[in-house]
Design a protein around this ligand. Sequence first.
Ligand SMILES: O=c1ccn([C@H]2C[C@H](O)[C@@H](COP(=O)(O)OP(=O)(O)OP(=O)(O)O)O2)c(=O)[nH]1
Ligand SMILES: [Mg+2]
Length: 149
Amino acid sequence: MNVDLKILDARLRENMPAYATPGSAGLDLRACIDAPITLEPGQWQLIPTGMAIYLKDPGYAAMILPRSGLGHKHGIVLGNLVGLIDSDYQGQLMVSAWNRSPTAFTLQPMDRLAQLVVVPVVQPTFNLVDEFEAVSERGEGGYGSTGKQ
Ligand SMILES: O=c1ccn([C@H]2C[C@H](O)[C@@H](COP(=O)(O)OP(=O)(O)OP(=O)(O)O)O2)c(=O)[nH]1
Ligand SMILES: [Mg+2]
């Protein structure tokens, strides 16, 4: 699959967005900020990534996810938990960086902050019904209905 990519911050040209390993699912997104930003405990801020993608095909979307190291060790996750990038979005990719930890965290310019995963998407047509087919073993059960063990 080929996706149009715009570089909006020239500093990315020295560090072009690339998959870190051949098997990487996520493409690291960098904090395209001019100076360090300190996120106090509980604080969040929208961080530009210096790049835009245009997926175009409604059969795809992209998701912005936390990096596991930053999230687990430093509590730097996303203010929207997951960022969903529509196939028709052409603007700059933005990361809502949220410090959910009790310790301040300083983000340096061009740090790898989050990651982008491109995923297939289905837009179904909906068939309006009054009752679903009674063939489902689960039925309306949920929220732990199958037990704990
Ligand atoms: O973490 C994110 C989430 C979204 N977006 C961009 C791409 C996405 O296609 C657009 C709209 O996102 P979403 O639909 O989640 O937000 P909304 O609050 O519903 O805004 P809109 O009314 O523009 O759809 O914002 C980002 O850059 N980063
Ligand atoms: Mg929306």
